[in-house]
Design a protein around this ligand. Structure first.
Ligand code: ATP
Length: 301
């Protein structure tokens, strides 16, 4: 009987690993309808990552055949590099993340991780390589420990504790009478937006992926919590390749490279200082956001 159940267990594990990614992805992009299925190539091998580089090579893509969204997009994130993607609403930022997670395949061009076309390797291995930290994390009505280990059946208590430490939520958990066994969610302890986000960061740390996809719009948090969470995210990303989808520019000013998207094309790219000097779309967006935050600060006084 155990023989019979082992493959089912395996399937369960694979399913949960993928599902965790899907849940985080759904939370990140508020996907309502499930996108079209992409299939593994027959006998597709697993992705092998020596250097977690991410490359978009002349990617053309749209959701509907008569509307192109990305018009030949090319960029590279070097191993260990930090790239932020900014641009007006609808510019195609989330679409880039969806293609990297292989929810869809490009019409033309390629998406590569460490030089391997992600269409030619197993989806499971692609999704296992990418950790997602959404802005609104989904918590299950279960314990904090379960929520951190979720999707990683083999996770040991030590790994869960180390992840909680890395996500700077360990002191909080240790102060709770039931510690990691504290029930959270609907019927349990209600966590604040910042605590929930830390649980999501810890969940990603248990997964220990070489590539991180971050949604840095922490709009639900007050500015002090936002700063603390950003500091944690920066620490967690330090030795990984990271791609941040940013809605507010103040959070990504220290990225190595900022890609400025406009209508599915790369309008500008460079560091924050380069882009300000260029005095183009980014400089304009920056000036507008600075003015808005001054108005908000004055209104709050
Ligand atoms: P925002 O900052 O508002 O999140 P974005 O830059 O992330 O925007 P995308 O979500 O990538 O933009 O969307 C790019 C374009 O693709 C938009 O015009 C959007 O309407 C369209 N689009 C996104 N998802 C779908 C979908 N599932 N089906 C059809 N069109 C879509």
């Amino acid at each position: 009987l155990t023989q019979l159940f082992r493959p089912l267990d395996m399937l369960g594990m694979v399913y949960r690993t993928i599902r965790q990614g899907l849940i985080d992805m759904a939370a990140m992009f508020r996907l309502i309808d499930m996108p079209v299925e992409v299939a593994d190539a027959p006998g597709a091998p697993a992705l092998i990552i020596r250097e977690p580089r991410v490359t978009f090579d002349n990617v053309v893509f749209g959701y509907d055949p008569d509307r192109t969204i990305l018009h030949g997009l090319s960029f590279e994130v070097p191993a260990g590099g930090h790239v932020a993607i900014v641009g007006p609403s609808g510019a195609g930022k989330s679409t880039i993340a969806r293609l990297l997670f292989r929810f869809y395949d490009p019409w033309q061009g390629r998406v590569l991780i460490d030089g391997q076309d992600i269409r030619e390797v197993s989806q499971e291995s692609v999704r296992a390589a990418i950790g997602i930290v959404p802005q609104d994390s989904v918590l299950f009505n279960d314990t904090i420990g379960y929520n951190i280990a979720y999707g990683h059946d083999g996770a040991t208590q030590e790994q869960v504790v180390a992840a909680a430490r890395g996500a700077a939520i360990l002191p909080f958990v240790e102060r709770l009478p039931q510690g990691f066994d504290t029930e959270v969610g609907e019927r349990g302890l209600k966590l604040s937006g910042g605590e929930k986000q830390r649980v999501a960061i810890a969940r990603t740390l248990v997964k220990d992926p070489p590539i991180l996809l971050l949604d840095e719009a922490t709009s639900a948090l007050d500015s002090r919590t936002e700063r603390d969470i950003l500091a944690t995210l920066h620490r967690v990303s330090a030795h990984r390749t990271s791609i941040s989808i940013a809605h507010r520019l103040s959070t990504i000013a220290d990225a190595d490279t900022i890609l400025v998207m406009e209508a599915g094309q790369l309008a500008e790219q460079g560091s924050h200082a380069d882009l300000l000097r260029r005095d183009g779309l980014y400089a304009e967006m920056w000036a507008r956001q600075q003015a808005e935050s001054t108005v908000q600060a004055e209104a709050a006084e």
